[in-house]
Design a protein around this ligand. Sequence first.
Ligand code: PMM
Length: 291
Amino acid sequence: MLPPRGISHWAGFRLDRPLVMGVINVTPDSFSDGGRRTDVRDAIATGLAMAADGADIVDIGGESTRPGAAAVPPDVEQKRVLPVIRALAAQGLCLSVDTRNAATMRAALAAGARIVNDVSALAHDPLSAAVVAEHGCPAVLMHSRGESATMYARAVYRDVVAEVRTELSARVEAAVQAGVRVEQIAIDPGIGFAKQGTHSLAVLRGLPDLVSLGYPVLVGVSRKSFIGTVSREPQADRRLGGSLAAALFAWMRGASILRVHDVRETVQAFGVWLTLFEQGMVPLPQHGGLH
Ligand code: PMM
């Protein structure tokens, strides 16, 4: 199978500027029933604010995928995300659903989500690739190893960039075999997933090797733990500066889509960067043949 070449669009967006994906996690920490009215109301308000701030896509997830997090049954996950998806889709937002479960993908697409974002690259649920293929929707295939509980034990690499590239290629191949169209696929190295801080940094440096596979690359550096390690900031919501620096770097290394918590600040940072870029003050990003 030949990867597509010269991709200029994905999910209906032109890729000649950075796409910003805002993150909404509808994952109540203190209650396990999910879908509480206040959570749903907050999530809808946050999604609308992100769209107003310039998010191209809003990513809705109902299961924490952080290391060590417990799995959430699909019915609880759906109770959390579906009301948010229905409300935001009705306002015309482009939504992705962050899930590893085929039933949640199917329900979310029926509720108005347009994109599937799967941190297991359609490996967790054997039915998920068929759902994406049948729906014909765009999908993000993210690299990881194992489940949240086991992923750190599996963060052992000889050459992390080469291994992520090979393992992602295999997931792309499996998706295509199941009927997913190549032009609908975006790939993601999975910063912080089955990776130590040094691996995440190596992957950012090696992004051009992933870009060369020919698929749009999505990167989620926002508030990730490697930023905390580098900057000695244990509190995730105090990592905005590092998140912006890493997002700009990822774009310069060829990423097309940035998954972020702080949409307004990221859009502002890219606005300034692109203005400097248009005036010839910063070098060309390494979008290796994508544009
Ligand atoms: N990170 C998280 C969740 N979903 N999806 C993609 N495609 N890429 C990521 O890096 C990613 C993701 C975990 O981060 P969060 O808990 O801050 O959302």
